[in-house]
Design a protein around this ligand. Structure first.
Ligand code: SF4
Ligand code: SF4
Ligand code: FES
Length: 378
């Protein structure tokens, strides 16, 4: 039987001692999971090892940990795969509690203190408008396909653990809760689309607090792609509802796009004034003044030159202009829900699946406001 070395981060608050590492050996087939390894060690060597688990089948979301620095489900990682990934660490499988949440004991984090609190923040239930229909709400299939991806979340917290913005700003609502917010924003039965989006835009720790680091997409074991859901929230808030948040997030995002459209490459010196309405806009003046010390330091250190700061010689090449023209030329926003997939060759045998994909492509992101959508008509 192959042997695997597991190095576990131990912490027991009652002891008053700081956290420490402890190495153990598990002898199991390589296709058994890291969770199986930890449970064997707990059975044989130390019954006090703390780890939360239940289904052992990547369904319940309770065994979230960090394995060699990457968050994931302990029951969803084969020992042999974990060992391969740990090559840089001499094949030692290092398991520690997830990040961005307080540790309760060993590998168990306090999900209530962070994850569930943030989940509550986004009002994770439907708020229908108007009279309830006599029978059930009838929802178009494509509208449900659109939110399927977010419904796949098993609340494991892996994305929260890996979120860079949350590390800097613990108040950030975070990837899991914002993905959950899309589940209701994208549901045509909900009557509060605008209110939800305004709230999440205006909150300084809301949708514009994400820095597009992609970590949550990489971490999620269920393909929820929280960052993509956050971007969809932003697009509906900014483009469909014209919500201009006081954090300047929407204007800043637009300034980026216009900057690239104009220059092909980002011209940083224009970005700040553009984000505040242009160099001479009253909103931009205090911002420009407050950034002067940084600009002066950059000049002193030779990081920028007056020529570079004032002139940007790069102009967008035709290829970039063509991309913008093509995007602007679309009548409706095109968004492909990548979670539900089908192949042409499946057409004959699995027509339903193919239809679903077609529906998702055609539907894109719901762009009508909740006011235009009567719950009775959906
Ligand atoms: S993409 Fe945004 S939400 Fe996702 S981990 Fe990065 S900062 Fe957090
Ligand atoms: S979005 Fe993915 S990583 Fe985040 S809690 Fe849900 S299932 Fe886990
Ligand atoms: S034990 Fe349920 S997801 Fe791992």
């Amino acid at each position: 039987m192959p042997e695997y070395t597991l190095k576990l981060r131990r912490y027991s608050p009652e002891s008053g001692e700081p956290a420490y590492w402890e190495e153990f050996t598990a002898d199991l087939d390589g296709h058994r999971s890291v969770l199986d390894g930890i449970l064997q060690i707990r059975d044989r060597e130390d019954g006090s090892i703390g780890i939360r688990h239940s289904c052992r089948a990547a369904i319940c979301g309770s065994c979230g940990v960090s394995i060699n620095g990457r968050p994931g489900l302990a029951c969803h990682m084969h020992l042999e795969e974990a060992q391969k990934r740990a090559e840089r660490d001499g094949g030692v499988i290092t398991v520690e509690p997830m990040g961005n949440m307080p540790v309760l004991k060993d590998l168990i984090v306090d999900m209530d203190a962070v994850h569930w609190k943030k989940m509550q923040r986004v009002t994770p239930w439907l708020i229908p408008e108007g009279e309830h229909p006599e029978r059930e709400y009838i929802v178009p299939k494509e509208a449900m396909v659109d939110v399927t991806q977010t419904m796949a979340c098993i609340q494991c917290g892996a994305c929260v653990s890996h979120c860079l913005s949350m590390e800097v700003d613990p108040l950030f609502i975070g990837p899991a809760a914002l993905a959950k917010a899309y589940r209701f924003v994208g549901d045509p039965r909900d009557g509060q689309q605008f209110e939800r989006l305004r709230d999440l835009s205006e909150d300084p720790h809301g949708i514009y607090d994400c820095t597009h680091c992609f970590n949550c997409i990489e971490a999620c074991p269920k393909g929820v792609a929280p960052m993509s859901q956050i971007m969809r929230l932003r697009r509906i808030a900014g483009s469909d509802h014209g919500i201009e948040d006081r954090n300047n997030g929407h204007r800043h995002e637009n300034a980026f796009v216009k900057n690239i459209e104009r220059n092909g490459l980002l011209h940083e010196a224009d970005l700040l004034p553009d984000s505040y309405g242009g160099k001479f806009h009253p909103r931009a003046v205090p911002e420009l003044l407050s950034s002067l010390p940084i600009a002066l330091r950059g000049l002193q250190r030779g990081k920028i030159t007056p020529k570079k700061a004032l002139l940007h010689e790069h102009k967008a090449p035709q290829e970039v202009k063509d991309i913008f023209q093509r995007v602007h030329g679309h009548d409706t926003r095109f968004e492909l829900n990548l979670y539900v997939s089908g192949k042409d060759e499946e057409q004959s045998g699995e027509q339903d699946n193919h239809d679903i994909v077609e529906g998702a492509q055609a539907h894109g992101t719901p762009s009508s406001s909740s006011a235009e959508r009567s719950p009775n008509s959906v």
